[in-house]
Write a protein that binds this ligand. Structure first.
Ligand SMILES: N[C@@H](CCC(=O)N[C@@H](CS)C(=O)NCC(=O)O)C(=O)O
Length: 202
């Protein structure tokens, strides 16, 4: 059975949310570990096999995974009938992977750079900016409730996740605001957040 290394109210919470959405909680072991957080003095946990002691981290037999996009792909491929992913051969497989990699490679860096108010021509050339991220989301959501169409998927879960923690970063545009609300109102997320307790991220 795969094991997820998790610390409450962190980026690994989105993987717990995914597991809940997929209805596979009885098929994944979740091991809570301590991580070093900005706001406290918890020590990194020696039980955490992540090379940098971060979460999430997933182990399945001999295989090890870091990065949420990779873990989302792995789990949705492993349990294709849950409908949250787009398996190999699905007509939206490329779109699904593009959103996940765009999130990891562009959206999260842009959000953090923008929150930290860091600008540099090289950064702009590589990642563009919040306006470009906003334009991508706006185009996708112009005529449909979710990024891949009529149905909620793992890309909505991952792409909307930072906005639940960074409300000031939400672009002031109704299609994006409404999509974030739809994604925030998932019963599976409420269930996970109730278990997680506090509402702060590492
Ligand atoms: N890009 C990674 C980021 C993982 C990450 O930075 N996790 C934070 C928690 S939100 C962490 O484990 N921090 C502990 C540390 O930096 O030691 C992902 O999306 O999976």
């Amino acid at each position: 059975m795969p094991t997820l290394y998790h610390a409450p109210n962190t980026r690994s919470t989105s993987i717990l949310h995914l597991i809940e959405e997929m209805g596979i909680a009885d098929q994944i072991d979740v091991l809570k570990v301590n991580i070093v957080r900005e706001v406290d003095t918890e020590a990194a946990d020696t039980r955490n096999p992540h090379p940098e002691k971060k979460v999430p981290y997933l182990i399945d037999g001999e295989d090890h995974l870091r990065e949420r996009g990779a873990i989302v792909t792995y789990l949705t491929d492993m349990f294709p009938d849950t409908g949250l992913g787009r398996p190999v051969g699905h007509p939206q497989r490329g779109e699904f992977l593009s959103w996940l990699f765009y999130y990891q490679g562009v959206v999260e860096p842009v959000l953090l750079l923008s929150s930290a108010k860091i600008e540099h021509p090289l950064l702009h050339e590589t990642f563009r900016d919040m306006d470009a991220v906003t334009a991508s989301l706006t185009t996708a959501l112009a005529h449909q409730p979710y990024l891949l169409g009529e149905d909620y998927s793992a890309v909505d879960l991952l792409l909307s996740s930072p906005f639940h923690w960074l409300p000031d970063a939400v672009p002031p545009l109704p299609p994006i605001q409404d999509w974030i609300k739809r994604c925030a109102n998932r019963p599976a997320l409420a269930k996970v957040m109730q278990k997680e307790g506090a509402n702060t991220q590492a």
